[in-house]
Design a protein around this ligand. Sequence first.
Ligand code: EPZ
Length: 434
Amino acid sequence: MDKLVIRGGNPLLGTIRVSGAKNAALPAMAAAILTEEPVILENIPQVRDIETTRKLLAEMGAEVELGYGRAQHRTTICCRDLASPEASYELVKTMRASTLVLGPLVARCGRARISLPGGCAIGARPIDLHIKGLQRLGAVITQEHGFVEARADRLRGAEVVFDTITVTGTEDLLMAAVLAEGETIMLNCAREPEVADLADLLNKMGAHIEGAGTSTIRVKGVSKLHGAKHRIIPDRIEAGTFIIAGALTGGDLNVAGCDPRHFMALLQKLGEVGVKTAYTADAVRVMGDVPLNSADMNTEEYPGFPTDMQAQYMVLATQAQGTSVITENIFENRFMHAQELVRMGANIKIEGSRAVVRGRSPLSAAAVLASDLRASASLVLAALVADGETIIDRVYHIDRGYEHIEEKLRGVGAQIRRIGEILPKRAAAPAVRA
Ligand code: EPZ
């Protein structure tokens, strides 16, 4: 299992480029199920979850080309023949977002069989709202042996209200509604930029969607969708992670290829902490080396402060003077990074959904364990400012959502390297007689 070795203390200087958004690319790849024609997606991040989704679609019978050549991060997906509209437990257990194929499969094939995602490090994360939404559109759902089966000759438009705001629940239902008969009105929808990006793609494919990015989305169903070409939006969480890295290390970092409109809550909170930033339409410059002061933070649905930036913000809070109270309102178990940060010298007390962080605490290097994608990103941030050399194990969590993180950080001055598993050398092939 790969490890990352990071020696702290270097200010990050220069320009670091943001990749395409994993959480926009995943639903966009699932949307290709809705048409027999090729769908071309550009700015795809080279991360593990994209490869998992490629496997998932290929298992169903889709043709998926995935290229990361210098000039392009592009995938072409053609779902002409979907022999088996299923998602296996093997794949779903490695990536819960596999449930995003449920809606499009029922809409396109009239049936779907998806393994129920098991538990997850950050919480129970059920998919009951995905299921209730599909039932409202007329799908017949059965659950047995750890699988959910959905069937519908043709989905019918309806009014659907989400009990809880759910990002992939909104996306799943949107992809079902576009081929349903009649109009669907979805209320209490997620407003994340990734939802709006998916709707942009679906409308390019011939759908009729209005209101994506707001809490009310109207869909006029059509009988067929066609292929399209679409560029995935930049990753706002990767951008935010690098911005905090610049603030923590007291550097002067230009985070390029991002869209600051997608993370205004983060920029506002960083301003409260005393971090100096300046932004243009596609870049944020963060000028560190300023005294940081504490500021409370609550995670909220978009456009509030994103839960996917909570762990990263916690590291910043450990370096701020004073006490910051961080409240996690979205997931019930998303403080696993706290104990690893405490082992590095942070002063953090967990009280239910609140983490009380007392700073400033100098951090010292340690051997630490990554537990989920964003928790592992916070350990990288802590290691960048810790005294000494930190070793982070189980970095496959990071590789799920951060493209070439060590190359990108090394490119702006971080002392970071990856050590792979020391595999036994293969015996040399016997010499072949001439
Ligand atoms: C999406 O997950 C993101 N993943 C997550 O990013 C992100 O943390 C999350 O939204 C919240 O912003 C992708 O987009 C692929 P939810 P999702 O449904 O859709 C409850 C990362 O690090 N809920 O918005 O699974 C749920 O338990 C990942 O990139 C139900 O109760 O999250 C949670 O408490 C981690 N029933 C809340 O809603 C349901 O049917 C919000 O979850 C669905 C959700």
